[in-house]
Design a binder for this molecule. Structure first.
Ligand SMILES: [Zn+2]
Length: 184
């Protein structure tokens, strides 16, 4: 199944959900973990500010975004970069008193393509990123949500860009059914 087919099936079973107004409730703002991709960041971030209804966010950006946080990430340098992310997430939470972390990935992502990761593999790394954050000592007070931005035309038209909330349970089931069981 190609990437579009994978995205379609994830939407059909409710693993990717449309974000309705005020789905991200955090008056204090969020710690935003995402990919640096400058062709997509503006759309991703603008939409994020819109659904949060606040502008106080703390963006932490590296190539590949939340995929780097999985302990099993095959992306080059992910071991080191994941640790960097963790340190900055914890620091941001302490310094700015923000307890909501949003983990973003996007498709198509150049980092995923370079590492030959299909959409389901990207989703697997995203879910594992959340699990890793939840398992950190002192992270128990953090509220962590996962999102995925999709550019359906791969071009400049903002009409074909969408951001989805990733339902962890439904996504975990879908991944398992397709031989991509989430790893701990
Ligand atoms: Zn990217």
């Amino acid at each position: 199944m190609d990437e579009r087919g994978q995205i379609k099936s994830a939407r059909e079973i409710g693993a990717l959900l449309e974000i309705e107004g005020r789905q991200i409730k955090s008056s204090e703002g969020t710690i935003f973990v995402g990919c640096s991709d400058g062709d997509q960041f503006n759309d991703v971030y603008r939409h994020h500010c819109h659904v949060c209804e606040v502008l106080r966010h703390h963006p932490l950006l590296l190539n590949g975004g939340a995929m780097l946080l999985s302990k099993h990430s095959p992306i080059r340098g992910a071991k080191r970069d994941g640790t960097v992310f963790l340190r900055h997430i914890n620091a941001a939470s302490c310094i700015k008193h923000i307890t909501t972390v949003v983990l973003y990935v996007h498709a198509p992502c150049g980092v995923a393509r370079a590492a030959k990761l299909d959409f389901w593999e990207v989703m697997r790394l995203l879910v594992e990123a959340k699990l890793r954050l939840l398992s950190q000592r002192g992270s128990r007070k953090l509220k962590i949500s996962c999102f995925c931005h999709v550019d359906f035309n791969g071009g400049d038209s903002p009409q074909k860009k969408r951001t989805y909330f990733v339902d962890r349970e439904a996504m975990t089931e879908l991944l398992k059914a397709n031989g991509r069981e989430v790893r701990f």
